[in-house]
Design a protein around this ligand. Structure first.
Ligand code: SF4
Length: 358
């Protein structure tokens, strides 16, 4: 085995070393990533989170991929900050359906002083439901980070998006060092960090390697590393961007797994544009976290949920959680949903559908 395998937790990766991982043969890279994955995680468990937008659109930042930016006309309906009660009700519904972590996102450059009391109240009340809490609110000062930690916020999401070198091509309204400063403030306040990037924005292979090296060389690895595939939204400057090669995306997951062996690597935005086989390869490469989004929570027909079916086909279970009650609920819910789907399929097989042509 390589030196990488003998000393898995490192914070001193050179760009050349990371590029060398990307350059490995695909099978060798996936094998190494899978070995690393098995040393640190149950390979058949995937962590599941639920996400709610608590303030949508009209963001003053100019992130070229984002439909929520006020700089682009994407037809997105704006929403002001949701009332605390509504957020808590959504969290309750999520909990009832088995989610144990609730992520709340606001399209802000940074939270304003007048927003903070509402946001802190949301954290306290969602936390009091017995759920883990996560927020993404833009840049944070050291004091704001301390306030959020004090209210009980477990995770803070703040992505680096891409390499430092390519960053200026994607965002001009804040700098890479602004991002790093917020990450440091979050760490200093004692919260867990969720930080990753977006692939397929026109960046080079070297930029992908540089982003992963940057993440792996942070003083502590982010506990959660979302690897997103660009969703090309009409009206954003990246709407006509060329697709990333799926193998390059899978390689990025595998390298992230090798560099940050104990982090949850999250298969995040863009999953709806991946077929099942690609998602399965991402899991094989070491991805072990997904967002279910609100669909799982709101659909009256969970048996139709494709994610659940993919879990079943692959023999994947939702990851065990810290809170036994939530774990049991989540397991039970997924079990019921899979059973319901089986039942529906049996029914469909029993009846001839005259509306379908041969
Ligand atoms: S800061 Fe967040 S919400 Fe605002 S434009 Fe950038 S990605 Fe979108």
């Amino acid at each position: 085995m390589t030196a990488t395998m003998q000393s898995p937790i490192r914070h001193d990766w050179s760009l050349e070393e990371v590029e060398a991982l990307f350059a490995m043969s695909f099978n060798d890279l996936l094998f190494q990533a899978q070995v690393m994955h098995r040393q640190n995680f149950d390979p058949n468990e995937v962590q599941v989170s639920t996400l709610l937008s608590i303030k949508t659109g009209a963001c003053p930042e100019d992130c070229k991929y984002c439909p929520q930016s006020g700089h682009y006309n994407t037809g997105l309906e704006k929403e002001k900050l949701l009332e605390v009660e509504k957020v808590v009700n959504e969290a309750k519904a999520a909990k009832e359906k088995g989610a144990s972590r609730f992520c709340m996102g606001a399209a802000w450059r940074n939270p304003r002083a007048k927003d903070m009391p509402y946001v802190l109240e949301m954290v306290k009340q969602v936390k009091s439901l017995g759920m883990e809490t996560c927020m993404t609110l833009g840049m944070l000062t050291a004091d704001q980070a301390l306030e959020l930690a004090g209210a009980g916020l477990d995770y803070y999401n703040h992505n680096l998006d891409t390499s430092e070198n390519y960053y200026g091509e994607i965002i001009t309204t804040r700098t890479y060092s602004d991002r790093l400063e917020t990450l440091q403030n979050v760490r200093d306040a004692g919260m867990k960090v969720c930080c990753g990037g977006i692939m397929g924005m026109g960046e080079s292979a070297r930029d992908r390697a540089a982003l992963l090296a940057q993440l792996a060389n942070l003083p502590s690895h982010p506990e959660s590393v979302p690897i997103n595939m660009l969703v090309k939204v009409q009206g954003t400057p990246l709407e006509v961007q060329e697709d990333i090669d799926p193998f390059d995306f899978i390689r990025t997951i595998a390298v992230a797994r090798i560099l940050m062996p104990k982090s949850h690597v999250r298969l995040s935005a863009g999953r709806e544009d991946m077929n099942e086989q690609m998602q399965a390869m991402c899991f094989l490469a070491g991805a072990n976290s997904i967002f279910y989004g609100e669909k799982l929570l709101t659909t009256p027909n969970p048996e139709a949920d494709k994610d659940m079916m993919l879990f079943k086909k692959l023999g994947i279970r939702p990851e065990q959680r810290e809170q036994a009650h939530s774990e049991d609920q989540q397991e039970a819910y997924l079990h019921d949903a899979i059973q319901a789907h089986d039942q529906q399929q049996r029914m469909e097989n029993m009846f001839y559908d005259a509306t379908k042509t041969a």
